[in-house]
Design a protein around this ligand. Structure first.
Ligand SMILES: [Zn+2]
Ligand SMILES: [Zn+2]
Length: 332
């Protein structure tokens, strides 16, 4: 069995820490037992890890320097970015809870370069600072080593064409989620591990969904109270009578007290938007709007005139001053 860590990682003995790391990431991804069906994948994966650790121990100081700018302050494994999205639901869906399939994109490691950003044949680009000579004039007009290219005069590039060297590709994701009942606009659902994906250095980020409730043709939600305007016949408001009120739980029948034909508010405690946790259900608040009859049929007009005549019969009691005046003028 091959036990030379440099050979296992396929790097030269003098390889820089950054190069070691790239080689390790590439191989670890290829041979990870979750990703490879190869019968020896587990064994190879162990070898690669062991080789990398061995070389890291040798280069410990260098690696620490190279890693310093990227190191996370906390001790736990660093996490990929969270994703935040709005989740639109109808009022009924939010009230009762629902299942939703959401679609979004997140970055997976590019399959072509396995997340390294490097792939394919080496391309050569001449250094523009020294025009490929590897040497430049300093302030005193002495020829010195070009710092841009480290004196090589050229750069070698293996940029992956499929991801432009970023190492990531955007993937469409469909996810079925459950929205619990009684969530309010602005409430957040957290789906652990459904944010930007993990790789060998990062844990997956989380997905946060902010609840947005679409506007409703009937109801307005204020806190957990549900408001709506209900047109009611002015005559029914005067005479009193039963009205059917729509609630989220179905029709509620209420009898109105006889009274004036003017705007009135009816509050049905606990019949509004459902509660959640320690929060109780809201109220159903109905704004009654009197509707006066306009275009009357012959029959309706006749009935109204009858009703009016009956009201005038009571004029002696309801309008005593007018009744006195009428009597004084011989009107009955
Ligand atoms: Zn790529
Ligand atoms: Zn140069």
């Amino acid at each position: 069995m091959n036990s030379n860590p440099h050979e296992i990682l396929g790097v030269s003995p003098g390889a820089a820490p950054a190069e070691l790391k790239r080689a390790y990431r590439r191989l670890a991804m290829r041979w990870h037992p979750d990703r490879s069906d190869h019968p020896q994948a587990t064994e190879r994966f162990k070898q690669i890890n062991a080789a990398y650790e061995q070389l890291l121990a040798v280069d410990a100081e260098d690696v620490d320097e190279a890693e310093a700018p990227q190191a996370e302050p906390n001790e736990s494994m660093a996490r990929a970015a969270d994703i935040r999205l709005n989740l639109e639901v109808s009022l009924e869906e939010a009230a009762a809870g629902c299942r939703k399939t959401i679609h979004y994109t997140r970055g997976n490691a590019c399959p072509t370069c396995e997340g390294t950003g490097e792939h394919g044949m080496t391309r050569t680009r001449f250094c523009s600072a020294c025009h490929g000579s590897g040497r430049v004039h300093d302030a005193k007009r002495n020829l010195v080593r070009c710092e841009e290219c480290g004196g090589r005069g050229l750069f070698t590039e293996r940029i992956c064409k499929d991801c432009g060297g970023s190492g990531r590709e955007l993937a469409e994701v469909s996810l079925e989620i459950r929205v619990p009942h009684g969530m309010l606009p602005g409430d957040e659902l957290r789906l652990a591990g459904q944010g930007e994906p993990s790789d060998d250095e990062l844990q997956a980020g989380d997905l946060y969904l902010t609840i947005v409730i679409c506007s409703h043709p009937l109801y307005q939600l204020r806190g957990r109270d549900l408001y709506f305007q209900m047109p009611v016949s002015a005559l029914a408001m005067m005479a009193g009578g039963d009205v059917d009120l729509p609630s989220l739980a179905g029709v509620i029948c209420r009898s109105l007290d006889a009274g004036a034909a003017e705007r009135r508010q009816l509050r049905l405690a606990g019949k509004g938007y459902p509660g959640r946790g320690k929060n109780h259900s809201g109220d159903l608040v109905v704004e009654l709007e009197p509707v006066f009859p306009s275009k009357l049929s012959v029959r309706q007009r006749k009935l109204l005139l009858q009703a009016n005549a009956a009201l005038l019969d009571d004029a002696t009691e309801s309008l005593p001053k007018i009744a006195d005046w009428r009597n004084a003028h011989g009107m009955t």
